[in-house]
Design a protein around this ligand. Sequence first.
Ligand SMILES: *Cc1c(COP(=O)(O)O)cnc(C)c1O
Length: 227
Amino acid sequence: MIAENLQKVKATLKPDVRLVAVSKFHPLTDLQEAYDAGQRVFGESHVQKLVAKQEALPKDIEWHFIGHLQTNKVKYMASFVSLIHAVDSLKLLREIDKQAQKVGRVIDVLLQIHVAAEETKFGFTPDEVTEMLAEDEWRGLKGVRIVGLMAMATNTDDEVQIANEFERVHELFGQLKERFFATEPAFKELSMGMSGDYLIAQEHGSTMVRVGSMVFGERDYSQPFHL
Ligand SMILES: *Cc1c(COP(=O)(O)O)cnc(C)c1O
C-alpha cells in the first residue's frame, strides 16, 4: 500500500520537485516499507522519535526535521540531520551553528516564513526575516548554511487563498535570493506543500513537498509511539 501511494504521489510531482515522506507517528515497519520502495528522504517532527528511527533504520536515509524545534533539542540530531526545515529565530540558528561546529559539520537549514492566517503557526514574517538577514550576524555562523525557505499555507479549502500565500513566499524567496544570496547557489530550496496542498505549492515554486498522510495513511495520535 505504501509503495503504491508513493508511486501515486511521485507520478503527480514535477521532475525537479523532491518528496519528503513525512513519517511522524508511523512505526518503523512503515518507514522500512517506504525505504524498500526506494524512498530515501524522511521527515519527522519530534526529536526523540527522529533519533530512535535514525538509529534503527538504514544509514543512507536522509533525515529532515520538519517541526518546531526547541533550542535544547538540537544537540540530539546535530550529528546526522540533513536538513532542518523550520528555523524561526536567530537564537535557534545560533544553537544549530554551535552544535554543528561541535560535531564538525555544516547543517543545512530553511527559514520558516509565516504567511498563514492562523495565529498559532511559527515563523518569521517577511519583514522579520529581511531584518534578520540584513543584520549580517548569520554570515558568521559557519556551522549553518541557509539553503532556502519553508512555509505552510492556511488550513483552508480556499485554493485561491492557499495559492496566494505560496506565491507570496515564492516572491519573497526571489527577493531574498537577489539581495542576500546572489553569490550563493545553495540558496535554492522552497519547502512548501503537504498532502492537501502540494499540487498548488508546486505551481508556485516549491522544490520540496512534505507529504505524510497521502503516503502513510492517516496518523493515529491516540497510539503511544512504538518502534
Ligand atoms: C505533519 C506535517 C506535514 C505532513 O502533513 P500531511 O498533511 O500528512 O501530508 C508536513 N509538514 C509539516 C511541517 C508537518 O508537521
